[in-house]
Design a protein around this ligand. Structure first.
Ligand code: SF4
Length: 496
């Protein structure tokens, strides 16, 4: 789920009429403007997805014009954090209080439509995760947020509930208008007259939900943006070759704290990411190696490739995979991808896997059959198990030093045929089949793409049918056949 930098999130809020602290964005590619706000000001480097900016000196206060120009030049130059898109120069404000508010998505259930949830706390500022008990939760319709009077009735410890409710109503409208996944304002500044304004804000969105008319609002500033790591570029290559669905990976640029467990994550969709952040946001003993998102109907071929990239992160001790628990995407296909990645990666990791949604029982059953033969321990969880329980198991499963194994040899000979999208090479070994009967690996193909050529005792692609990259044929061949069908999913060379 891409993150929108603060200066872009401010544009969304401003378009809906939400009051924002005065500020100006200076793009890395533009000359420094003359009309900068008068100090004291705050300078904030704009790096999408960057966290703990203050800790890394990416947020600074300037009290003089000279200090402002010096810091501005430093933050606009490339640094250890990469190249910022630019710097937001925001005026200081005389605040008498700070509130917190965020809108997130509730994905709903079989009985309940998705909706928004507004979280509000009269105690804003840093460390809000640790004050979860102060949060008021207000569900809202994605079509029509509740009237401000209704919101005001639910606010406690607030001096001017009507004004705050109006601000929160605007937040809900912004969240709905731009189909965001997360919209957070922290803090909301309270002025002496009781009015409120957004001091800091951020948003996360789903690229495919952005309408054509709004695209420019969600694009990065030209010439800016963080520099991708080799592994991130590799995932971009995977996406170029197989564009369906989301395959996203961003490595954590921070140093792992001493003694923290280093967890490589495969999070599926916004729900998976939210659950993971809720579970580990305040924990110092867990270090998340990477952000990730595999969702939106991607093929198992693509899940496999992204997983191989996730597993290849140096220093990772354990793999954790979870989604919202209600995925429409076949969890059986996903499990086949995870199994293939764990058995074919030269750096497999002990895995904690929470499958939830369509075919989740089949996904767990697959691992019951194969777990004992994997080089690493694997534990699966039912969708009802909250990720807290998974986190509690990390220490038992994690490797204390990285494992290197000899991956199984590539399939021998030439492929019988190849598929362009999603890309794959199919190999078939008739001598491993019993008799002339159509083998199970052909009959399980859900789209009818695989055909059995009885004369040649071989497989062939059916004209007009499509391979959806589900891996069911190879899974059946290995589990119920004799290994007669193999699929080679070529990886960009850097991954190993
Ligand atoms: S050939 Fe059929 S079973 Fe095999 S990956 Fe493609 S769609 Fe799935």
């Amino acid at each position: 789920m891409p993150a929108l930098p603060e200066y872009k999130t401010r544009e969304l809020l401003a378009n809906i009429g939400i009051p924002i602290v005065e500020g100006i964005f200076v793009a890395a590619t533009s000359p420094i403007p003359r009309d900068l706000p008068e100090p004291p000001v705050f300078l904030k480097a704009q790096i999408p997805g960057a966290t703990s900016r203050a800790k890394h000196g990416l947020v600074r206060r300037a009290d003089t014009r000279e200090g402002l120009l010096k810091d501005l030049k430093e933050l606009l130059a490339p640094g250890p954090w990469g190249q910022a898109e630019g710097v937001l120069v925001a005026k200081g404000a005389d605040l008498v209080g700070e509130y917190y508010a965020a809108c997130t998505l509730d994905f709903g259930s079989a009985e309940r439509l998705p909706s928004g949830i507004l979280l509000f706390s009269a105690e804003g500022g840093s460390g809000v995760e640790e004050r979860a008990s102060t949060l008021v939760k207000i569900p809202f319709s994605l079509m029509d947020p509740p009237p401000t009077e209704h919101i005001a009735q639910q606010l406690q410890d607030v001096a001017n509930p009507a004004l705050v409710a109006e601000f929160l109503h605007g937040l809900m409208n912004t969240f709905n208008r731009y189909k965001l996944m997360v919209l957070e304002t922290n803090p909301i500044g309270v002025l002496a007259d009781g009015s409120v304004l957004a001091i800091d804000c951020r948003a996360e969105f789903e690229s495919r939900a952005v309408s054509r008319a709004d695209r420019q609002l969600f694009e990065s500033a030209p010439g800016g943006g963080e520099q991708l790591t080799p592994l991130e570029r590799l995932v971009e290559k995977i996406n170029e070759a197989d564009p369906s669905g989301t395959g996203f990976l961003r490595e954590n640029r921070e140093e792992a704290p001493e003694g923290a467990w280093r967890v490589a994550t495969n999070l599926c969709g916004g729900g998976g990411k939210m659950l993971w952040e809720m579970t580990t946001g305040a924990r110092r003993d867990i270090f998340t190696m990477n952000e990730s998102d595999t969702s939106g109907g991607l093929s198992a071929f693509k899940s496999y490739r992204v997983l191989r990239a996730i597993l290849s992160q140096q220093g990772a001790q354990v793999l954790l995979l979870t989604g919202s628990g209600m995925a429409f995407q076949s969890q059986h296909h996903l499990a086949a991808a995870v199994w293939k990645a764990l058995r074919e990666s030269p750096t497999p990791l002990p895995a904690l896997l929470r499958f939830g949604g369509t075919d989740e029982d089949k996904a767990r059953a697959l691992f019951e059959r194969v777990a004992a033969d994997l080089p690493v321990p694997v534990k699966t969880y039912r969708a009802e198990i909250f990720p807290n329980a998974m986190v509690d198991d990390i220490a038992d499963l994690a490797l204390t030093s990285p494992m290197q194994v000899e991956p199984p040899p590539e399939p021998e000979g030439e492929p019988v045929f190849s598929v362009k999208v999603p890309p794959a090479d199919f190999y078939f070994y008739p001598e491993k089949c019993d008799g002339d009967e159509e083998p199970e690996c052909v009959s399980v193909c859900p789209t009818g793409f695989l055909e059995w050529n009885v004369e040649e005792r071989n497989i062939q692609p059916k004209e007009g049918a499509r391979c959806i990259g589900c891996l069911m044929c190879e899974t059946a061949s290995l589990l119920d056949g004799n290994g007669e069908l193999r699929i080679r999913l070529a990886m960009p060379a850097e991954v190993d």
